[in-house]
Design a protein around this ligand. Sequence first.
Ligand SMILES: Nc1nc2c(ncn2[C@@H]2O[C@H](COP(=O)(O)OP(=O)(O)O)[C@@H](O)[C@H]2O)c(=O)[nH]1
Ligand SMILES: [Mg+2]
Length: 290
Amino acid sequence: WSEMTRQRPARAEAVRRGLNAGFSPALARELGDAVPAEVTEREVPKWLAATLEQRLVVADMDSIIDRGGVYALVGPTGVGKTTTIAKLAARYAMKHGVKRLALISMDTYRIGAQDHLRAYGRILGVPVHTAHDADALRDVLVAIGNKHLVLIDTPGLGQRDDRVAEQRQSLMANNVQRLLVLNAASQAEALEDVVAVHRAGGLAGCLLTKIDEAVKLGSALDVLVRHRLPLHYVANGQRVPEDLHLPNRAYLIHRALRTAPAAPYVLRDEEIGFAAVGAPRELQPVPAAS
Ligand SMILES: Nc1nc2c(ncn2[C@@H]2O[C@H](COP(=O)(O)OP(=O)(O)O)[C@@H](O)[C@H]2O)c(=O)[nH]1
Ligand SMILES: [Mg+2]
């Protein structure tokens, strides 16, 4: 590593900045390897920001609201699915009125879970339909007729829950596009796990919530970049509908790279070296015997 720092200081600087911003070692290494020879150490911050901006996939502006479709918001409990549906519904209502908007709740496991969405539906003047399984969903979709935008709220399922596959099948059987809701304040590896489980069958993209609570955006953006998940909206608070925004790539990347780690989390040079080049064999974790 010290050899590399000496020979390719720009590469070392890119890896250091990536890791300190909370990006994964895998992506930090990849970025380090991608630093062109002519980029100097001083130019690295600018190069890094531009490269990450380029690699963060953002969906066409407001395409869900403007193009419409049938979408379900999926993801773990408490990430903000119901609140985000309310925000999207309000955003749609402000732009296009409510006549061609429909809301469906599939959150029928927990007592009172639908009341939350119903309350928002009442405020907007949009009825909230319920469907507990694939057949019921098909019936509701037929009954509501030809709507421009249909938003489906789903129960939060832990990514280890067997019902994730069942839920995916119910939605796919009805040609519902799935949007994954990710809490930006979650642990990096939890986000990775959530994406790994939900991406099967293809996701229409994702929404990033709670960016107001996230100390760093690096982990969330890292997952989006590595999985090339198109980002549709970001949410930065509880207020409906104000706290929903179109993603601004430059802002998100700037915020991710700007945040200095808290003292206990600052990596030392030799630690950055391990991440960058891979730990020596004797320090690598022993693979689990299974
Ligand atoms: N700080 C913050 N809180 C949010 C955001 N989005 C949702 N919440 C809150 O997170 C909690 C769970 O939201 P909810 O929509 O019920 O999550 P669900 O279980 O995925 O449906 C509620 O208290 C919301 O007000 C956000 O962007 N920022
Ligand atoms: Mg909910």
